[in-house]
Write a protein that binds this ligand. Structure first.
Ligand code: FUL
Length: 697
């Protein structure tokens, strides 16, 4: 068909103006300041939200980390369906999936030519299956990008620790980066070296994470095979993306997408970035929808709820990070229905909060506009185009942008974006609103970066102002948005103190709480909570928050406590603070001093003989809480003199995921218990406890 003349003329005019506009914009544009993202990093940053799937032999052994000798015959999912994973991720608003092609145990989800320890020798599909292939096909079908997790540490390989292993590792990389189409991200886990099967050697092998893998050449290979990839590496040479120092699901409110290109970075720097860093290394927030990465049936009730997932959103994407959310795959090869339900509700809630930008195309003015030029005017921040921006004159590092909403408008979120292609600049800002003719401050913040979302209680205002108070260089803001996020009812927290008193705390202080103590589901017709109450025996509390105006309730909190700890005493320790171990409050913690050399004992008198079948340990819940016990022995005694070993072992992955650790053992009668810390995660002599509890028969 011939293009009509008028259409041609319009097209020509549009292209002409576009060219004039962009060359003019470029002519006076601010110079880049400091490090800037590469094209690959920029493309990745715009993905914002994508998934991890953890699936391996661990799925069948209920472990976090396989030792490397797990039986290949265990791998036989009966309903494996990567299309289910992809469908869920797509419907949840995600843009890609990273699959654990090989976790630390060394088992390969694809039929690698270079090892027998793979799906090709598993019963699944009579050894003809390839999970990575099925994942790649499903991603393609659902328009998702594919990423690969390949653990550098391999506890199965006899040659791990020797130079030969590097050849093996690179051969595997070559297979994965050649045979499965475009790969958007490669994930090199930082957990590297330690005990393992190692082809039957059953020993501990320590490697130098910085030098062993010859990262420089490994990266070269990766980039040659996949020129558009981004590399995540927490263990060795600085990569394209950084870990945020925690698997808990947040990055600092101050978050610079910068690090120094050499030198070690402590956990807290990973969390906040380095203001004057000389390399662009943006933050990826990796966390699991359940406490652990692999599937454990015991966590079926611990799937992150919608309010928790929303917090995660604000603490990652809202803090200039990306969100990598993990789904543990069940032994049958599917994502659990609760994980699916919560992930979809999360996607829906994000849409409900952020699909209508109340500032879009609203008139905006600024206290300074670069060269007074339209090309950098305030309106570029509200025009729904991230490639145009409001900029200030060189040297103007503080200025404000005012958006006229036209009429009193209800909102509770502000979103700002810097045009990071020219570097990250903003150091401090505040959000103000014109309410009933008066300017009032709603919130304060520090960095902005690619995206910053600020939450505050709902206001009704006619104007809103982004007031940048400090920056490294002139301001370059590509987007300013105003949103109304509907209220989300959050499950309340339920705690029991040592005296047996139950306290239920809502997230929103004004919410009404309803609860049951008989194991039944709470509703608004259940007992209303009017303050702390005493419990007897092994109480089971189920509680909800209920909003009468919408007749909606929060997800429930379900806590099952064991026997009362009323008569328990910590034996032989003078320090009063030690009671934090028994106070039922996960936020209080007690540390045995560093002067005590490992092993360190904690002895508790239960007051009378009990029939024990396990114990629980909660380490320091502080973000970088020290003294996390990694290796333990647990003893029981009837007289505090003759001790029987009930269990010994390790708490795997407790460093990155410092949650309740539950250990079960064959039933034993005892009045005294002794938790012996034989090793902590830092290999020093500190030992910390938020809580210690027992499991009775
Ligand atoms: C950690 C690993 O040790 C965990 O098992 C998990 O794979 C997580 C994503 O990274 O470092």
């Amino acid at each position: 068909m011939k293009t009509p003349k008028i259409v041609k003329a319009c097209l020509f005019t549009a292209v002409f103006f576009l060219c004039c506009y962009s060359s003019r914009a470029q002519k006076n544009a601010p110079a880049p300041f400091g490090p800037v993202p590469s094209e690959n990093q920029m493309r990745w940053q715009e993905m914002e939200y994508y998934a991890f799937v953890h699936f391996s032999l661990n799925t069948y052994t209920d472990q976090s980390w396989g030792f490397g000798n797990e039986d290949i015959n265990l791998f036989n999912p009966t309903a494996l369906d990567c299309r289910q994973w992809a469908r869920i991720c797509k419907n949840a608003g995600m843009k890609g999936i990273i699959i654990t092609a090989k976790h630390h145990c060394g088992f390969c989800l694809w039929p690698s030519k270079y090892t027998d320890y793979s799906v090709k020798n598993a019963p699944w599909k009579n050894g003809k299956g390839d999970v990575v292939r099925e994942m790649a096909d499903a991603c393609k079908e659902y328009g998702l990008k594919l990423g690969i997790y390949l653990s550098p540490w391999d506890r199965n390989r006899a040659d791990y620790g020797k130079p030969e292993y590097i050849t093996y590792f690179r051969n595997q990389l070559t297979e994965l980066l050649t045979n499965y189409g475009p790969i958007f991200e490669i994930w090199f886990d930082g957990a590297n070296g330690g005990s393992g099967y190692y082809g039957g050697a059953n020993e501990t092998r320590i490697i130098d994470r910085k030098t062993y893998y010859d990262w420089a050449n490994t990266y070269k290979l990766v980039r040659k095979l996949q020129p558009h990839i981004v590399i995540w590496n927490d263990g060795g040479e600085r990569a394209d993306l950084r870990w945020v120092g925690t698997e808990g699901g947040s990055v600092g409110e101050t978050n610079w997408s910068l690090l120094n290109s050499t030198g070690d970075v402590p956990y807290n720097m990973l969390h906040f970035g380095v203001e004057d860093g000389n390399a662009w290394v943006p933050a990826e927030v990796n966390t699991s929808i359940r406490p652990e990465w692999f599937y454990h049936p015991s966590e079926d009730k611990k799937v992150k709820s919608l309010p928790q997932l929303m917090d995660l959103y604000y603490n990652s994407i809202g803090h200039n990070g990306s969100l990598l959310l993990n789904f543990p795959i069940m032994p049958n090869g599917l994502i659990h229905p609760t994980d699916e339900k919560n992930a979809l509700a999360f996607g829906k809630a994000v849409k409900a909060a952020f699909s209508v930008n109340l500032a879009q195309n609203k008139p905006a003015t600024a206290s300074n506009v670069r060269a007074g030029s339209k090309a950098f005017s305030a309106g570029n921040a509200t025009d729904d185009n991230n490639n145009t921006y409001w900029a200030t004159d060189d040297g103007v590092k503080a200025a404000s942008l005012t958006i006229d909403l036209g009429k009193p408008t209800r909102f509770n979120r502000f979103l700002a974006q810097e045009y990071i292609q020219l570097g990250q600049r903003v150091k401090a800002f505040s959000i103000e609103a014109l309410v009933n003719g008066q300017w009032q401050e709603l919130a304060k913040g520090t960095t902005i970066g690619y995206k910053r979302i600020v939450s505050f209680p709902t206001v009704k205002a006619t104007r809103v102002r982004l007031h940048i108070t400090d920056a490294k260089a002139c301001l370059v803001i590509s987007n300013a948005g105003v949103y109304y996020a509907p209220q989300i009812l959050a499950a309340p927290a339920v705690t029991r103190n040592q005296a047996g008193i139950i306290t239920i705390t809502p997230v929103d202080k004004e919410s009404a709480i309803y609860y049951t103590t008989d194991g039944s589901m709470p509703t608004s017709a259940s007992k209303k909570y009017n303050g702390p109450f005493l419990s007897e025996g092994k109480p089971e509390i189920r509680a909800i928050v209920y909003d009468p105006s919408t007749q909606k309730s929060s997800p429930e909190t379900h806590e099952k406590f064991d026997i009362s700890r009323k008569d328990w005493k910590i034996v032989g320790i003078e320090d009063e603070k030690a009671n934090a171990v028994l106070d039922g409050d996960p936020t209080t913690v007690w540390h045995q001093g560093k002067d005590k050399k490992m092993p360190v004992d904690l002895v508790i008198d239960l007051g009378k003989e009990e029939s024990l079948s396990g114990f629980r340990y909660l380490p320091d819940q502080g973000q970088w809480g020290p003294g996390i016990i990694a290796g333990y022995e647990f003893y029981v005694s009837e007289n505090n003199a003759d001790w029987t070993l009930a269990s010994k072992g390790e708490f795997p992955n407790i460093k990155n995921n410092p949650l309740w650790q539950t250990v079960k053992f064959a039933a034993k009668k005892a009045r005294y218990i002794k938790l012996r810390a034989v090793k902590n995660t830092e290999n020093n002599d500190e030992t910390g406890y938020a809580e210690v509890d027992i499991i009775t028969e």
